[in-house]
Design a protein. Structure first.
Length: 153
């Protein structure tokens, strides 16, 4: 892989930016964000966590639902609604994250996919979320996007 740029930083406590470069063409990387089989391989912050994708309805106004959990613990349940679907350049959605029935976060995510030929740069912008859990959100998204490399290796 080339010199890939990996970063996660806050614009402020409620706006997070995470960037990664993946060794795959842009269409394949976009697919990994919307295909239930691909999502089940990577969409969680832990290497040994389980992921259960319940549904993906890829259209503006469509929804997705999935859960992920560390071994032996209760799952996080994520539900979202797509606001922008621009294959293969952009995906935006509003999402809620619950655990044990309690709301963990409510955020807007905007993911941009930049075609670099045989590689793709992904930039995630997350807005909202509890400012008291800013570091946890940055670590969670960073680890989750690191797991996306599994799909291409």
């Amino acid at each position: 892989m080339s010199n890939r740029k990996e970063e996660a930083f806050f614009v402020n406590e409620t706006k997070l930016v995470v960037r990664r470069v993946y060794p795959a063409v842009v269409e394949r990387v976009f697919q990994a964000w919307v295909d239930p089989v691909d999502l089940s391989k990577w969409f969680c912050p832990g290497a040994d966590w389980s992921v259960d994708v319940e549904s993906v309805d890829l259209r503006i106004g469509g929804s997705f639902s999935l859960s992920f959990a560390p071994p032996g613990e209760s799952p996080f349940v994520e539900k979202g609604a797509y606001r922008i679907v621009d294959v293969p350049d952009r995906l935006a959605f509003t999402t809620t994250l619950h655990r044990d029935g309690a709301l963990v976060s409510l955020t807007d995510c905007d993911i941009r996919f930049l075609d670099l030929g045989d590689e793709t740069e992904v930039t995630l912008l997350e807005k909202g979320g509890d400012r008291n859990f800013a570091n946890e959100r940055a670590q969670g998204w960073g680890a989750t996007l690191d797991n996306l490399y599994r799909v291409f290796g």
